[in-house]
Write a protein that binds this ligand. Sequence first.
Ligand code: SAH
Length: 513
Amino acid sequence: MNKKGVVYLIGAGPGDPKLITVKGLECIKNSDTIVYDRLAGDRLLAFARPGTELIYVGKSPDRHTLKQDEINRLLVEKASQGKTIARLKGGDPFVFGRGGEEAEALSEAGITFEIVPGVTSAIAVPAYAGIPVTHRGFTSTLAVITGNEDPLKDDSGIQWEKIATGVGTLVFLMGMSNLPNITRRLIENGRSPQTPAALVRWGTRPEQQTLTGTLGDIGEKANKAGFTNPAVIIVGEVVSLREKLCWYERKPLFGKRVLVTRSREQASALSEAIEGLGGEPLEFPTIGVGDPEDYKPLDQAIDELSAFKWVIFTSVNGVAYFFNRLRRRHRDIRELAGSRICAIGPKTREALENYGLLVDYVPGEYRAEEIIAGLQGKVNAGERVLLPRADIARKMLAEALTGMGALVTDVTAYRTVMGGGDSAEIIRKLLNRDIHALTFTSSSTVQNFVKMLKFPDLKNLLAGVTVACIGPITSDTARDLGLKVDVVAREYTIEGLVEALLEYFRQPQYLAE
Ligand code: SAH
């Protein structure tokens, strides 16, 4: 039986990718084809399965990529081929999104479709600016109005004389180019020019900008500030609540786009922390991990595992590769019964605990030097120590242990490779000053970043960009490569790095303009 096509008309939310619904995200993950608009948030596309066909049909005010009937035809055609299509639209698909027209076309063609409502910008964008569209103390009515229509034309579909005074909160979408006419019409029809008004541009995104005034002066102010689409216009007493309720723009990393250079597998903790503080993480993996070129040394160590008095893990990847290999050799953690276990830091310890192993020693400070100091007296001369680690790990730990009389078996458990991030895209963003900070969590992230960018004048490219390093070794590497380091974490962990970045941006000169 042929697979039947289906189209999901999905509201992608107003811009913050986390404002997609659970159902919407599920559809993105399970679709063959994604047909998306300009305001549907590129970051959601990252959740598509590899190989998903991505079709941009974005309309912008001055450039129609595909006409509406062409979009309708495209959806019908793809669905007729038996495909599952995610039709991603900004906000909610049925709020000025022409979703109704697309659904009609599908219905007429006999195509199965579902509507996945979304978080509309009409409500969420004011909310992110600290403006509740209704409030018991201020208004009990709300209207969402298209600002697209020329308010001066006679056969207007909008009854200005009724909405001007008949509705408490007015939210206009697509209204920026008509702003002077909208405010004029409202005032002409009896709304007080003193009514508070706000414009919010690129709401729920790091670029969010808010302008407040009154119905009487907001047009003029917008003009002066060069305020353009996409923005929502909010008119009503509720706007005055912003002073108290403005929350998003006051978050410590608000407006900051921060580059995360860790491997894809390890990026998420840092990305989430940045996001939680109001910043936007941009992932550019400079490191990937892969199998060692030769598994023999690790295999041999695994065969002799019971002979090691200590096994020292220096990374989460080391733990993962070690235990995968153990499994592949049909062994399990019982082999470690006679060994003591050391982890370089809390994350590595957590990884070991996930395998059901308690760690005997974690140094107070997460560096090789500190491990050595701590192991003094714990490791005795003549005892065997296993170090399963990355191919490029520093030799220092092995040498120091040997110096203590230990018999060290230093094996490669995994290989670090250059990451697969899109360098051209990062260079473009840096040139546009769209990236505000870089984070480096190891020397190899810096080295690979510089190698991958291959940019002749790195100093200029990074002028004004905050460079943050997880610790002194990483920052030394960065400086050696000609980078100006602004932030070095005091505690050499992801939390420490985020804390240091936060402290840095708390300085008065960085607070939101
Ligand atoms: N279906 C969408 C609206 C589409 S019309 C929804 O429910 O949100 C496009 C208009 O929506 C834009 O002109 C602008 O007025 C508004 N808009 C959408 N996203 C926005 C955002 N992030 N910030 C400000 N306005 C936005």
